[in-house]
Design a protein around this ligand. Structure first.
Ligand SMILES: *Cc1c(COP(=O)(O)O)cnc(C)c1O
Length: 355
């Protein structure tokens, strides 16, 4: 028997539905797709190909290397389509020729990057409006404005710091500062909203939406019902079942001790696969029934209390993520965000694409 496989099933129909839903929110203008970090771990080329087929024409990644492999992957499948691919993390000295050769658009984030890019070549300009992370400072923007006005920017962009907190005063301040800068560059489209920013309302939309997380089913409105459709299911087979008496410790550190006779299932998934070690106590599911994580999460194994769950036999599939436990719940259980759960799903989980 081969090693039982953990499966990450990716529903591309749900992904496309999510993109359409987000695009439908746009007050005006278009909706891009952010597919950095290998499509948030789901496979950038597969994800972008599904969205390109559905009509998305603008993609963003973080690194030049990601952009080059995305361009190659999309060109193979869609030789006649030429979607735009923007590189969020910017342009570094010596990379110009590669950007041009692969038809990629750098996001210019500093005066040095502006100087390194031909003034007559298309580019995206980023300004900082509150993250203090990437982009021109307001004073830098003002200082080079005459030069900026002569350049063929395809987009002016900035990024929200607190879009997941709709009442945060920084949101309004960022919208106003961004709008003012955009008015200084007549004819250049603007983009400010990522997933959560889309739900701040029309004022935040400008000309291009830039979602990532919500495309993959993450909740862009924390604390409120998730308007998105789930895209991922992560299931792993039971390796072994054992019946233990009351008073028996389970796992490293003997931290969990059975209070009553219990049935324990061991599955081949652990913190090396992206389940945070603190996930002890979380509820996974087997055939829709809850099966709690008991004992420490090991590197490659997790133990579950399956007492009274008749379907729990070796080979039965346990959902780590699925209809009853979404990526946001995974984040809550792990003391982190669904973003980190999604992008940490290990390479040992085989990716399967469904529609
Ligand atoms: C990652 C990123 C996005 C997408 O953010 P989500 O919250 O995943 O929608 C958009 N813009 C920039 C600049 C980013 O870094």
């Amino acid at each position: 028997m081969p090693t039982p496989a953990t499966l990450l099933t990716i529903d591309l129909t749900a992904l496309v539905r999510n993109w359409r839903h987000l695009a439908g929110q746009a007050a005006h203008g278009n909706c891009a797709a952010v597919v950095k970090a290998d499509g948030y771990g789901l496979g950038a080329v597969e994800v972008a190909a599904a969205l390109l087929a559905a009509g998305c024409t603008q993609f963003f990644v973080a690194h030049l290397a990601e952009a080059i492999s995305l361009r190659a992957g999309l060109a193979t499948r869609f030789p006649d389509k030429h979607p735009s691919i923007g590189v969020l993390n910017g342009l570094f000295a010596g990379e110009q020729a590669e950007f041009v050769a692969h038809n990629l658009i750098p996001v210019l984030n500093s005066p040095a990057q502006l100087a390194d890019w031909p003034a007559d070549a298309p580019a995206i300009l980023q300004i900082d409006t509150g993250m203090s992370r990437l982009g021109l400072e307001a004073a830098e923007f003002d200082a080079v404005l005459p030069d900026l006005r002569r350049r063929p920017f395809t987009l002016l962009m900035s990024h929200f710091a607190c879009a997941d907190a709709p009442d945060h005063p920084l949101n309004r301040q960022q919208i106003d500062q961004f709008g003012a800068a955009l008015r200084q560059l007549p004819g250049v489209p603007g983009s400010l909203a990522a997933s959560s920013g889309i739900f701040l309302g029309a004022d935040a939309h400008f000309d291009l939406l830039r979602p990532g997380y919500a495309l993959y089913g993450g909740n862009p409105t924390p604390g409120q019902p998730n308007p998105m459709t789930a895209v991922v299911r992560l299931s792993t087979p039971i390796l072994q079942i054992r019946d233990i008496p009351a008073g028996r410790p389970v796992g490293y550190g003997a931290r969990w001790v059975s209070k009553a006779p219990s049935r324990i299932a061991t599955v081949p998934y652990g913190y090396a696969d992206g389940v945070p070690r603190v996930t002890e106590g979380a509820i996974f599911h087997l055939g829709g029934q809850p099966v709690p994580v008991v004992g420490r999460v090991s590197m490659d194994l997790i133990t579950l209390d399956v007492t009274g769950v008749a379907a729990a036999i070796p080979g039965a599939e346990v959902d780590i993520l699925g209809p009853q436990r979404d990526i946001d719940q995974g984040g809550t259980d792990g003391g982190t965000l669904g973003y980190e759960i999604l992008t940490s799903i290990g390479r040992r989980a085989a990716r399967r694409y469904g529609t």
